[in-house]
Design a protein around this ligand. Structure first.
Ligand code: ZN
Length: 661
């Protein structure tokens, strides 16, 4: 077997290129020649971008636009979009928003310019999300005033109390079932299993799987739910402007929307209503809102899959969720708006929030969990001035006692859990401020890895911290190796067309496999069909290594049909399939564009050291944008940039995922 060795240095391709620019022009017309299978990756063009001493492949997708392109470059080079200056092709013209990215040269050069005053910029320009948060803060303040005006000085309790009934809605079997019915459970489970497999865990325990499922549920939710600042006009879809509050209709009140915001269309006379639904069952249907709706609806989802769930109320204007992770043996922070988990210092460190009270509300009680979210407890204490600490504590204790009235059998376990949490929170408070959280470059292992690959470090990127994940990618190498016999066989064919036909057939088989349910994947090839006969006779023998790499096996049936089915853990196949598609499409593209069929023309796309391009991100099966995610995965880079909600946030608002390889 020929092994495809990974070259130590970026490979050099013979041909006409200068030291700054390499590779050739790709116009992906080849993709339109593929047969009736839906393409995974709609790439319009491939660019080769030279930056410092490296070249980067970037797939440009027409739908995404220049902004996304710049973020792709950012994730590859760590040069923030603001500081990018891109020069195009031979005439060296500057590429900008106005440039036609379909028409310019495929060879680009990137240089860094220092932002003139980026700090000032980021202070002035507020993202939609920040504005919406300000709105939310105003709302909270209004609600607060109502309570304060009622003459009762027990403000603290009045702030917490409404949520005690709210979280009981999550216990309703009808609401839970409705929630579960909207989730593609098998898909989420498959992603969870693949995520674990990529960390090298093919046989997860129940608690590991539950934990992984919860994270994938969070990612799924983040992509499903929409953020609303001012809603688009219901009539024409144009932007709207706030017109104050309206009177709630009975159907709105039925789902807890006593407050209804009104928005006037900027174009047509229509008024669009934005009822602030509190009943999560309605939110399963509307799938939109601000952080209140997000956290409310996501908490129902968590509860409906059996996780112990808390709604977290931050008195300074935000709401999120906590779930008890049996795997971690503790409560875990989950922010559905951000798609970020287990990063409790996100608010104080990342957002520079001045926290005061952070209260967890669950079916079994209410808890002051502020200490989980701060390393500046004293500062926080100085802001906790609406009641005394002991009064706050006794109010929470009393509510908790009420909540537990009907949970008598659970009380010993709950009390033990409480004690453990108090201990954990006190310990956290004394622990060192963990700088590695926001400076992922400082994690062990990174330096060696980066030096080895002479990659640009990610140290310069500050980020709202994200947990480190391991990434195992032997499967990528095994797939690339498995192409070897197949391509050797194809190289023996007399014509390009014959080779293309063969590969298209292979692709069709793989598409059918991908479409079948992941736990029982199989496909039967009818040898009576003309193409199938050719495939079985000419290609199948050299396809066996590929089947191995995919954890699949083929069986010749008595009637001459060939069955391809799972050979091992279904998750192996789920993990590897996207990688095959990516590699196969590269090979197809290349055959289409080579002058004559030869081994080298077949192989070189698989020799790429740098597998980073947005195509590879898709291929890796990693979650693509919550905003924009590019670069990485399948073991080509340690970090991956993501932007919340696709907003034009500055670096620092997004999040950097780190992978240990
Ligand atoms: Zn309109």
């Amino acid at each position: 077997m020929t092994r495809i060795a990974k070259p130590k240095h970026p490979i050099e391709i013979e041909g006409d290129f200068d030291s700054e620019i390499a590779f050739n022009c790709f116009n992906l017309t080849a993709l339109s020649l593929l047969p009736n299978h839906t393409l995974e990756i709609m790439v319009a063009r491939k660019f080769l971008v030279h930056y410092q001493d490296s070249n980067f492949d970037v797939d440009y997708e027409t739908d995404d636009g220049f902004e996304v392109f710049k973020f792709q470059l950012f994730s590859l080079t760590a040069v923030p979009p603001d500081e990018q200056k891109i020069f195009g092709g031979a005439d060296g013209r500057i590429v900008s928003d106005d440039s036609d990215l379909m028409a310019i040269s495929d060879k680009l050069r990137l240089v860094t310019i220092q932002g003139e005053n980026p700090q000032l910029d980021s202070e002035i320009v507020k993202s939609d999300e920040e504005l919406a948060r300000m709105l939310q803060a105003e709302e909270e303040a209004l609600m607060f005033q109502q309570f304060a005006a009622s003459g009762d000085n027990r403000q603290f309790e009045q702030r917490v109390r409404p949520y005690v009934d709210q979280v009981l809605l999550y216990e309703d079997p009808h609401r839970q079932k409705a929630a579960r019915n909207t989730v593609p459970v098998e898909k989420v489970e498959e992603k969870a299993l693949v995520a674990l497999a990529k960390e090298g865990n093919l046989k997860p325990s129940k608690s590991e799987l539950d934990h992984a499922f919860l994270l994938q549920l969070l990612f799924w939710f983040k992509q499903t739910f929409k953020w609303v600042n001012s809603p688009p006009c219901e009539g024409c879809g144009s932007e709207t402007a706030n017109q104050g509050m309206g009177v709630a209709s009975s159907s709105e009140i039925a789902y807890g929307a006593s407050r209804v915001e009104l928005y006037r269309c900027n174009v047509c006379p229509r008024i669009t209503r934005f009822p602030r639904y509190n009943d999560p069952i309605k939110l399963l249907e509307t799938k939109k809102g601000r952080c209140g709706e997000w956290a409310n609806c996501f908490s129902l989802y968590c509860r409906s899959f059996g996780y112990e769930t808390r709604l977290i109320l931050d008195f300074t204007d935000h709401v999120w969720t906590e779930c008890y992770s049996m795997f971690l043996g503790r409560w875990m922070h989950l922010d559905p708006c951000e798609g970020i988990y287990d990063t409790p210092l996100l608010y104080e460190k990342g957002w520079n929030k001045k926290l005061s009270y952070t209260i967890a509300i669950a079916r079994d009680g209410v808890y002051d969990v502020t200490k989980r979210y701060t390393r500046k407890w004293h500062e926080v204490l100085s802001r906790r001035n609406i009641t005394t600490e002991s009064a706050a504590s006794s109010i929470l204790t009393n509510i908790t006692r009420e909540c537990r009235k009907n949970l008598t059998s659970m009380i010993p376990a709950l009390e033990e859990r409480d004690r453990n949490e108090v201990e954990e929170l006190d310990k956290n408070l004394c622990s060192q401020d963990d700088d590695s959280l926001s400076l992922p470059g400082r994690l062990s292992g990174d330096k060696e890895w980066r030096t080895l690959r002479s990659e640009i470090g990610s140290d310069s990127l500050s980020s709202s911290s994200c947990p480190v994940r391991k990434c195992i990618d032997e499967h990528v190498s095994s797939i690339y190796n498995a192409f070897s016999p197949l391509l050797s066989r194809l190289a023996e064919f007399s014509s390009k067309n014959k080779a293309l036909e063969g590969l298209h057939f292979v692709r069709g088989v793989l598409v059918d496999l991908k479409k079948s349910p992941f736990k029982t994947r199989r496909v039967v090839i009818d040898s009576n069909l003309k193409d199938a006969k050719f495939f079985i006779r000419e290609l199948l023998p050299s396809f066996n290594l590929m089947l191995d790499a995919l954890s699949l096996k083929s069986k010749l049936e008595a009637d001459g049909k060939v069955e391809i089915c799972l050979a091992d853990e279904p998750v192996r196949t789920s993990m590897v399939l996207p990688v095959v598609f990516h590699a196969l499409d590269d090979v197809l593209y290349n055959i289409q564009h080579c002058n004559e069929l030869s081994k080298s023309s077949l192989y070189w796309p698989l020799l790429k050291l740098n597998r980073i391009c947005c195509g590879s991100v898709l291929a890796s099966g990693e979650e693509l944008p919550f905003g924009i995610a590019t670069s990485a995965f399948d073991g080509t880079r340690l970090s991956k940039w993501e932007e919340p909600n696709g907003s034009k946030a500055k670096p620092g608002n997004g999040c950097l995922y780190n992978f240990k390889i």
